[in-house]
Structures are given as structure tokens and as C-alpha cells.
Design a protein around this ligand. Structure first.
Ligand code: PEP
Ligand code: MG
Length: 590
């Protein structure tokens, strides 16, 4: 991955419209051609200067104009909320409007400008620092969180004073917009799901970060780890996102543009052709059936899963129901979401993963993330620390099991006692439903995710209490190779074919097969075309991936013959050097 230099002049010989390229990691295939939409990050450092007594009125006017501009922007954002967007989006905007209208923000800085004859930006930031310090004192985590809202509103006003609009006029239709951000959280990505942007690029993030996973599920070209795209690009600048090769081309000339348009057409054509495979049974050349499931984040993703011809939902990341909102979804709301998916899948299995909160997916009022979030209170650890929240979810999932074929999946298990405690909580949920006379599937299978090496290595014992296993390779790779999935500075070390990773996957598949329990891979490896044959050769017969990738994987299955794959996969496992393993893998995919 090439880290570009920080100056545009270095890259483009000083010319604003000269073309240059940036390299990152492509996380979602395809090519997008459009215009840069810079998504703002906080920049609250401002200059401080004396305006003299004669400058006071003008400065106040500048400040008032900025406040009025932001008022207008918030109102138009509120009016433009797409139908079906989370109700919380409107609530966010109302809170920002209230903060803006509060005299503490719109009046006090004016008094400071008068008293100190200082510029309005500086006065505003002084007042913001004071307010934020007051929020810091508040015990209630929810209210303390509001300091972020204050900072975001101040940022908007500062931007308006700098002469910029926070809601730039769209350069063209939404389909031509490419979002350029320094970093986006999984929650930000969920908000973007309401739109139909052409692509995404970010400076930070690894290929298996949840942000990248959501970008992939949007099936639009995306690149992460570009380092300086946000600072180098200008609003509305024409760009090409090559999500296949992780290349961003800024200000392409006509020749490059027509080349990429051609490739775009080719990709589109290939996608259309793949649709013909929707109803084709997924079988290898020698007749072995391979199950292909879809991963979803929200109930509305289920349509795409069905359209891809998925055999079921292999992973419903239920925690996404909890993001971008101030409250937590109650039992009924969760039940309805799970039931709708179970019903829509019409008898096909729906694997609902219990909350995988913590790490990069945090919710309002949650535990403090801790010094090392990926190793902290996350997934099943989090649920066991929040028994009431866990019980609510378990009751909701059990209730939904009455309306389809629901499976329950416990994330990130490492200890036998975590499974035992989770099963106890489930027994408690069952007993409470029995007492309420509410029906549920008494035989609902319960599985565990193998995501930490400890689980893979001790699966022989853990599996006794499980009905099935799902390998979360994103985390398994993170924890085996000790690379934070969200940290792009170690993203180059992400290697699904590392011998340690392959050994853990192989032993997990073998242990599950020996125990006669189904095993799937639901991490990003399952949707990676270059690894399909290897996984088949290692004995995997169940894959779960984002629906956009499913038909391409099916095509690969249809073109594969098992005996050959098994022999080469064994040789890859025994390869004396990674280069040899890579060469064998290439041969396998040829
Ligand atoms: C994984 O870790 O591979 C997985 C499927 O779970 P998530 O990506 O949501 O952590
Ligand atoms: Mg995981």
C-alpha cells in the first residue's frame, strides 16, 4: 500500500486540475465514477486575533450570519430526511437545533466578542470549551455524551464562518457522489445506507473493519486506508474509485475515463450474467452440494439475500439494530425485526447472532470502551455483563423462532463457562416465555462462533454444548495475527492464508465434522473468490457472505472439482514457505 505524500503540489505538479492517483485497499469491487463529497471531521482549532473596537459590529454580524446559515442547513436537512430513515436521525437534528438556539451558544460568544474585542471563532471555541468541561462533570453517561453534539454544532458554525456550506449543493444526482472521509464508523455507514451513493473512500480502516463490511454490503465500490485522501481532495472534484485494485484516480483525463467506463460496462455485464445462476443448485463438478448463505445487518437487507438465491441467512449481525439511536430497541421491536426476517426467508434457516457490541460498535450509555476495545468487554462478554439486555434479546429471538427456522449464534466464545452461562440465560428466557404462555421453537439450534484461537484450539470440549459452529474469520485473523482490524497501519499484515490461520480453520472444520455438527465460515473469507477453492479443499461445505458476492462464489463452486482441490489444499497446509503456499493457491485458482 503506498502512502501518498501530504502535499497536492507534490502529486500534481502544482496544478489544481492535474490528475493523480492514490492507493489503498479495495474493500468492495467494481468501479465508481463520480464527484468527491468531502465528509467533515472536527477541526476546532481556530486563530485568535484582536478586531479592535471598530470591528465589533462587523464581527457580530458575521457570527449571526453563520448561526442563521446553520439554522437553515439543519432545517433543510430535517426536511430532507428520506422516508424509512431511522427516527433517530430526526432526533439528532432536533438536538443540534436546540443546542444552536441555546443562548449559551448563540449569545454568550457575542458578549465575549464585545468584552474582549476578539474574533468570533475564538469566542465561540472558548465558550464551547467551557460547556464541554461542564458536561465532563456530569455522571450520567448519556448526558455526558451530549458534549459531542455541542462540538459538532460548533464545528458547523465555524465552517459557516469560514465561508463554507455544511450542506454543499449536490454536484449532480446522488448516484454520482463519492463520499470521501477521514474515517467512518459502522454507525456512519448505516446512515449512508439510506442513500444511493456511487462509492466510498476513507483514509483509515482495514479491509475487515465493520465499516468496510457495511460498505461491501452496499455493493458499491469502496477503498479504505488511503491515508490523505480527505485532505488532498477538493469538493466536487471528479474521481474514479477502482474498488478492485484499491486505486483512486483524481481528475482523470478523457482517455482514462473512457477506459474505466469500458471496464465498468464489462463488470456490469458480468454481474447481469451471474444473475442467471440464481436458481442453479450450488454443486461442484463432481456433484457435491455446497450451501451458500447470506450475511445481513438489518431486516431490510433480507430482500437482497433472497434475490441472490441464498440458502438462508448465515449471519444476522443483530447489533446493527442498536446503532444510530439513543435508546435501545425493546423486546417487541427486536421480536418484530427477527420475526420479519424469519417470515420473509420462508422456512430457510435464519441465524441470528446475539449482540456483538463493544470494540468498534458502541452504543449510547454503554460501558466505557476500556484501554484495548478489541480485547475488552465485547460480544458474549458484554452480553453476560448486561443480563437484562441479554434476556430481552433472547426472549425476542425465541419468540421469532415460532415464525420460521431460527438458529441462535453466540459470538466470540473462548471459555466453556461462557457457553454454559449463555445457555443458562437461554433457559431462563424459555422459562419466562413458558410462564407467559408465549410459543417458541423448543428445538432452536444454538451455535457458537469460533473467532479467537482459544475457541479453535479447545473446540473439542466447547462443541459438546453447541449444535453448530460458525467461523468468524475476520476476528480469528485479528486475534491470531494480533492485528487490530480497524487499524490501517497494520492492515498489510492481514493474511487469511497465514499458516496459523489455515491450521486453525482446518482443525475447526475437522473437529466439527468429527462431532457431526455443521460448520460454516461467515467471515469475509467466505466471500473471497480467491479462497473458495482452498476452503472447499479444506472440507468446508457451508459459506456465509454478503449477498452481493454470493453468485460469483456459486460460479466458482460450479467450476470446481473436489478431489483435485483436496490434494492441493493438503499441500498448501504443508507448504514449507508462504511463497510456495501462494504459488499452490494460484495453481488451485487457475
Ligand atoms: C467475523 O469476525 O468474521 C464475523 C463474521 O463477525 P464480525 O465481522 O461481525 O465481527
Ligand atoms: Mg466477529
Amino acid at each position: 500500500m503506498n502512502a501518498p505524500s501530504k502535499s497536492r503540489a507534490d502529486l500534481a505538479a502544482g496544478s489544481a486540475s492535474a490528475s493523480f492517483t492514490l492507493h489503498g485497499a479495495g474493500v468492495s469491487g467494481g468501479i465508481a465514477i463520480g464527484y468527491a463529497r468531502l465528509v467533515s471531521t472536527a477541526r476546532l482549532e481556530v486563530a485568535h486575533y484582536d478586531i479592535g473596537s471598530e470591528g465589533i459590529e462587523l464581527e457580530l454580524e458575521r457570527f449571526d450570519d453563520a448561526i442563521n446559515q446553520v439554522r437553515g442547513e439543519l432545517d433543510s436537512l430535517q426536511a430532507g430526511i428520506a422516508a424509512g430513515a431511522p427516527a433517530e436521525l430526526g432526533a439528532f437534528l432536533s438536538v443540534h437545533r436546540m443546542i444552536l438556539d441555546d443562548p449559551a451558544l448563540s449569545e454568550v460568544p457575542r458578549e465575549l466578542v464585545r468584552a474582549r474585542r476578539c474574533n468570533a471563532e475564538w469566542a465561540l471555541v472558548q465558550q464551547m470549551d467551557l460547556l464541554v468541561a461542564q458536561f465532563d462533570e456530569i455522571e450520567d453517561a448519556y448526558l455526558r455524551e451530549r458534549q459531542n453534539d455541542v462540538m459538532q454544532v460548533v464545528e458547523r458554525v465555524l465552517k459557516a464562518m469560514a465561508g463554507g456550506a455544511n450542506v454543499p449543493a449536490p454536484p449532480s444526482r446522488e448516484e454520482n457522489i463519492i463520499v470521501v472521509a477521514h474515517d467512518l464508523s459502522p454507525a456512519d455507514m448505516m446512515m449512508f445506507k439510506q442513500h444511493r451513493f456511487a462509492g466510498f473512500v476513507t483514509d483509515l480502516g482495514g479491509v475487515t473493519s465493520h465499516t468496510a463490511i457495511v460498505a461491501r454490503s452496499l455493493a458499491i465500490p469502496a477503498i479504505v486506508g488511503l491515508h490523505h485522501a480527505r485532505s488532498l481532495l477538493r469538493e466536487n472534484e471528479p474521481i474514479i474509485v477502482d474498488g478492485v485494485n484499491g486505486v483512486l484516480i483524481v481528475n482523470p483525463d478523457e482517455r482514462v475515463l473512457s477506459e474505466y467506463r469500458l471496464r465498468q460496462d464489462e463488470i456490469e455485464l458480468a454481474r447481469e450474467k451471474l444473475k442467471r445462476l440464481r436458481r442453479t443448485p450450488s454443486r461442484t463438478l463432481d456433484g457435491l452440494s455446497v450451501e451458500l448463505f447470506a450475511n445481513i445487518e438489518l431486516p431490510q437487507d433480507v430482500g437482497e439475500a433472497l434475490a441472490s438465491g441464498a440458502d438462508g441467512i448465515g449471519l444476522f449481525r443483530s447489533e446493527f439494530l442498536f446503532l444510530n439511536r439513543r435508546d435501545r430497541p425493546g423486546e417487541d421491536e427486536q421480536f418484530e425485526a427477527y420475526r420479519d426476517v424469519a417470515r420473509t426467508m420462508d422456512g430457510k434457516p435464519v441465524t441470528i447472532r446475539t449482540l456483538d457490541l463493544g470494540a468498534d460498535k458502541s452504543i449510547t450509555g454503554a460501558h466505557e470502551p476500556g484501554p484495548n476495545p478489541a480485547l475488552g468487554l465485547r460480544a458474549i462478554r458484554y452480553c453476560l455483563a448486561e443480563p437484562q439486555m441479554f434476556l430481552t434479546q433472547l426472549r425476542a429471538i425465541l419468540r421469532a423462532s415460532h415464525f420460521g427456522k431460527v438458529h441462535l449464534l453466540i459470538p466470540m466464545i473462548a471459555h466453556a463457562h461462557e457457553i454454559e452461562q449463555a445457555l443458562k440465560a437461554l433457559a431462563h428466557a424459555r422459562a419466562s416465555l413458558n410462564a407467559d404462555g408465549i410459543p417458541y421453537d423448543k428445538a432452536m439450534p444454538v451455535g457458537g462462533m469460533v473467532e479467537v484461537p482459544a475457541a479453535a484450539l479447545s473446540l473439542g470440549t466447547l462443541i459438546r454444548n453447541l449444535d453448530f459452529v460458525s467461523i468468524g474469520t475476520n476476528d480469528l485473523i485479528q486475534y491470531t495475527l494480533a492485528i487490530d482490524r480497524t487499524d490501517d497501519s497494520v492492515a498489510h499484515l492481514y493474511d487469511p492464508t497465514h499458516p496459523a490461520v489455515l491450521q486453525l480453520i482446518t482443525s475447526t472444520i475437522r473437529t466439527a465434522n468429527r462431532a457431526g455438527k455443521p460448520v460454516a465460515v461467515c467471515g469475509e473469507m467466505a466471500g473471497d473468490l480467491s479462497l473458495t477453492r482452498l476452503l472447499l479443499g479444506l472440507g468446508l461445505r457451508k459459506f456465509s457472505m454478503h449477498p452481493a458476492q454470493l453468485l460469483a462464489i456459486k460460479q466458482q463452486v460450479l467450476r470446481s472439482a473436489l478431489p483435485e482441490l483436496e490434494a492441493t489444499a493438503r499441500r498448501i497446509l504443508r507448504a514449507p514457505h508462504p511463497d510456495r503456499a501462494r504459488a499452490l493457491l494460484e495453481k488451485l485458482n487457475a
